[in-house]
Every structure is written in C-alpha cells, then in structure tokens.
Design a protein around this ligand. Sequence first.
Ligand code: HEC
Ligand code: HEC
Ligand code: HEC
Ligand code: HEC
Ligand code: HEC
Length: 438
Amino acid sequence: MKKNIYISFFTLIVLGAGTYLYINQREVSIEQVFPGKVWAKPIENLPDLKGVGAPTAKNCGNCHTEIYEEWTRSTHANALTDIQFQSELAKPSSPKWICLNCHIPVQNQRETIITGLKNGDYFRPVEIPNPNFNPEMKAEGVTCATCHVRVDSKTNESYVIGGTGGTSPPHPLKIDRDQLMKRCYDCHNETYTLNESLVCSFQTGAELHATKSNQTCSSCHQPEVRRSFVKSSLGKPVRTSHKHGFIGGGVPKRFDLYPDQIRLGYKPGIVLSGIKVSDGSIEIQIKNVNADHHVTTGDPERFYKLKLDGLDSKGNSIFQTETTIGQEWSWSPAAKKVNDTRIPSGETFLWKLKQTDLPVATYVFQAIHVRLKNNTSNYMIQSSGYVSSPYKEQVEKMKDLYPHSSVVIESIYQTKTKSRKDTSLSELFKRNAERKGE
Ligand code: HEC
Ligand code: HEC
Ligand code: HEC
Ligand code: HEC
Ligand code: HEC
C-alpha cells in the first residue's frame, strides 16, 4: 500500500516535470505568435539573381552607379552600423531578432534562420545556421533587395521589382509600382506593444492618409531626376529616375554625410511663417508646409527645439529661452505617451512669449531638429559595456562620432528696424557638420 503511494507520487512528479519541460521547450511558430506581422520574419533567402549574381547592393551598383552612390549616403544603408542602433540592440531587454527584421530585413543578411520560438517566448528564438548567409550583405542594412528583389515561388528564381516598364535590363524583372510604393508602410507605419516597456510607434503612413494627400512617401523622399538608370557606358536612354538618398529630418548618421543632405533633397518640413515683436509680447509662428505628415514623425524621441536668444547692441547675449515641439513619453513603469505638441500637416504652432524689459537690439531665432538628447547619449556611453567590438569603441566616442541634432532654420531679427534676415540652408549645414551635441 505504502509502496503504491510512493510509486504514484513519483509518476506524478515525472509526468508534471515532463509536461512542464514539453510546454517550456516546445517550438511555437512565429506566425502563431505574431499573426500577419510582416516584420516578424525577414524576406526569405534570395538565390543569386540572373545577370547580377548575389543580390547585394554592391553588385547592383556595378551598373546602377549613381543610385548606389546615393543609397550609400542614406539612413537605410546605415541602419545596422548606426551607433545608436547598436547601443540599443545590445541592451539585454532587446529581442534582437525582431530589431534586425526591420534593420537588416533579408534572410541572406542573417547568420541564422529562426525556425520558431520556445514556448512562444520572443526572448527564446530557436535558431539554426543559415547556409546562404552573406556577411557583405549584412552590413548593407536596408539594402536594395529589401524593396526590389523577391523569389518567384514557381521557378524558385530571384527577380527584380521595378516601377517604370519599357526598360531592357539583363536581370529578370516584374513591374509592380504599387508594391514598391506600399513597401514603406511595412516598417514606417507600425504600432505594436511587445511588452510594457517595448513599444513600436511609427504612424507616418496613417498621418499621411489623414491629410488626404495624393503624394506617396517617394514623392518627397525620392525626388525626381532625369538621367539614365545605369552607367553611361551601357548606352541606355535618359528617363525619369528617383534619387535614392531617402533624406528625412536632416540629421545624418555620420558627420561626413552632412554635405549630401541638401544635394539628395533635404528640406525642413516647417517654415518660420512669422516673427512679431510688439510691446509686451513676442509671437513666433512655425508652419508645417512641406511634410504631408506630422513634424516630427516616426521615432517618438525625435523633437524640434525652438530657441530664442536676445542680444544687446554690443552683441552680448542677455536673454535666452526655449521650447520644444514633439512627443513626450514616460518609459517606466510602462511606456505611455503623456504629451504631443507635434504639428500636423498644414497647421501652425504659435510660440507666444512675454517681451523682456532688457535692452534687446537683436533676436536670434533657431529651430533645431534633435535626433538624440545629450542625456540619452550619456546613458549610452555609461552602458557601453553591453556592446561588443567594434561598436563598443564607437559608442564610447559617440559624442564626437554621432550627430545629435541639426539647426535647420535661423533668423535674425532687428528690433529697431523690425527687419528679419534668414541664414541660408547651405550655410547652416556647413555649420552643422562642425557642431556637436543636442
Ligand atoms: C549588369 C548590369 C546590371 C546589374 C548588375 C543590375 N541591373 Fe538593374 N538594370 C540594368 C539595366 C540595363 C536596366 C534597364 C535600364 C533601361 O532600360 O533604361 C535595369 C533596370 C532596373 C530597374 C528598373 C526597371 C523598371 O522598368 O522599372 C530596377 C528597379 C533595377 N534594374 C534594379 C536592380 C537591382 C535591385 C539590382 C541588384 C540586385 C540590379 N538592378 C542590378 C542593369 C543592371
Ligand atoms: C517595424 C520595423 C522596426 C522594428 C521591428 C524595429 N525598428 Fe528601429 N527603426 C525603424 C524605422 C522605420 C526607423 C526610422 C524612424 C525614424 O527615422 O523616425 C527606426 C529607427 C531606429 C533607431 C534610430 C532612431 C533615430 O532617431 O535615429 C534606432 C536606434 C532603432 N530603430 C532601434 C531599434 C531597436 C533596438 C529595435 C528592437 C527592439 C528596433 N529598432 C526595431 C523600424 C523598426
Ligand atoms: C525593411 C524596413 C524598411 C522599409 C521597407 C523602408 N524603410 Fe525607411 N527606414 C527603415 C529604418 C530601420 C530606418 C532608420 C535606420 C536608422 O535610423 O538607423 C529608416 C529610415 C528612413 C528615413 C530617414 C529618416 C531620417 O531622418 O534619417 C526615410 C526618409 C525613410 N526611411 C523613408 C522610407 C521610404 C520612402 C520607404 C519606401 C520607399 C522606406 N523608408 C522603406 C526601415 C525601412
Ligand atoms: C526603401 C525601398 C528602396 C530601396 C532600399 C531601394 N529602392 Fe530603388 N526604388 C524604390 C522605389 C519606391 C522606386 C520607384 C520610384 C517611382 O517609380 O516613383 C525605385 C526605383 C528604382 C529604379 C528605377 C529608376 C528610378 O530611379 O526610378 C532603380 C534602377 C532602382 N530603384 C535601383 C535601386 C538600387 C540599385 C538600390 C540599392 C542601391 C535601390 N534601388 C534601393 C525603392 C527602393
Ligand atoms: C509632401 C512631402 C512628404 C511626404 C508625402 C512624406 N514626407 Fe516624410 N518628410 C517630409 C519632410 C519635408 C520631412 C522633414 C521634416 C522636418 O524634419 O522638418 C520629412 C521627414 C520624414 C522622416 C524623418 C522624421 C522626422 O520627423 O523628421 C521620416 C522617417 C519620413 N519623413 C518618412 C515618410 C514616410 C514613410 C512617408 C510616407 C508614408 C512620408 N515620409 C511622406 C516630407 C514628406
């Protein structure tokens, strides 16, 4: 009798432990955990492309020389090597494989294939080596193939997606302009709460739709230019092409990229539509004229800093004040948006201040687009221990290596004559290349 009790007790423990182990170790498919989420998986391994070879940006660049050169200057091309990205990726709280799905989105760029998640837990991916891993392509970030190359499910061959037609490439081609245009939304229009402190909140696509604009993301971020699609030695005609610099907020990922911002199409979304200094008050009007989405958009940590400096007749600064336009989030205990002063498309932000009694002769107004706060980069430097070489050394020097912000509007107002003079964008960007910090 006693023996039987021992046996059944033992069986129960074994069964319990077995069930626990089974549930805990069982592999659940990614589709089951993230149904319908494009970013939950990379684009499948792409076989070599006929007439091109490996589908790397570098190979595309053998013929599409100008487009390749522009793309190498883009944030897309720097989406993996970005120092801030590497710092955040290294945090123990980052589900790294999910981050990589948008920042290096093609399976060929990944050392491993993720076959599923243990017990459906996104911190426990099941990984096997990827026989098609291409280290050169890994460093290319949001590479050409992200938008342009797919596998034909019938022939199992890679082909290029184009938007023009009537062209004669040496590689297989399917024309589907709509698919190319829609691709941006997969990464730039995603809102998802992974857990209390990890949320993804990019709503640029929804903001664009709300304006009823007939523009696409590419209308503004890939400006038109007449040229041959390929190097001139191939003797192809001049057509309507699109710049591939994907310029956004005017704060590039490295200081040496500043000279390319304007060349590749940078324009501030906001304009200074008025400065009014009257007895007792100062009114500054900022209008979102050039962006068919909010300013700022995308990453919730971006914002505009507006600064007003008052100088006396000798040019000494005697008065300073500032305000911000952007979102405010509190990150603990749970991520939550607490304030939002961004400017929707076509709308105006009014900054009203009390006039000072000080003898101000000149006001200097600046609008500064901030990508990264000084406080945040301080924190990243402190926690650089998580990051491995060669990025660790770069994070440690990020104050010198990583542009935090850019001055994109500057206007000098004389109180006596009530006249205003704006600094040119090219002059500002020369200075931005030398400027550090927030
Ligand atoms: C050996 C040269 C060569 C290589 C390498 C090459 N292309 Fe092309 N591609 C061409 C030529 C030639 C055209 C047609 C140009 C024309 O007719 O004006 C073309 C056209 C295109 C078009 C436009 C087609 C259309 O009608 O919209 C796209 C998009 C394209 N290529 C993407 C790529 C991508 C992406 C890669 C790399 C994976 C690549 N190409 C590699 C030569 C090349
Ligand atoms: C759904 C696609 C997607 C996923 C998943 C994703 N990102 Fe991003 N990430 C983006 C896009 C799009 C941008 C650009 C937004 C912008 O410029 O405003 C971006 C930008 C960034 C930046 C640069 C921000 C800046 O202002 O310069 C960092 C850092 C970053 N992501 C880190 C991460 C980390 C860490 C993860 C994983 C926890 C992650 N991302 C997951 C799409 C994604
Ligand atoms: C596979 C995901 C993905 C797709 C698809 C994608 N992007 Fe991005 N994009 C990113 C990521 C990630 C970043 C930011 C990288 C970083 O900051 O490190 C980014 C950055 C940008 C920026 C730069 C923002 C800035 O201020 O630096 C612009 C502009 C942009 N993308 C436009 C587009 C457009 C237009 C399309 C469609 C034609 C598109 N993107 C498609 C992932 C994507
Ligand atoms: C983020 C998505 C994205 C990436 C990355 C990208 N392209 Fe494009 N590309 C587009 C879109 C969208 C168009 C079509 C624009 C249109 O027709 O309005 C296009 C058009 C083209 C064309 C047709 C000619 C033109 O200028 O319109 C060629 C060729 C091309 N891309 C080659 C490349 C090459 C080579 C790379 C990498 C060096 C690359 N693209 C990277 C989205 C992308
Ligand atoms: C009518 C032109 C226009 C259209 C359409 C447009 N953008 Fe922009 N976008 C801009 C301008 C201008 C800026 C610079 C805003 C600034 O910093 O003042 C910008 C900035 C950005 C940035 C950088 C973040 C920031 O706040 O500066 C990203 C990312 C971006 N756009 C993505 C997109 C995507 C994705 C789409 C399509 C869903 C899109 N844009 C459609 C004009 C446009």
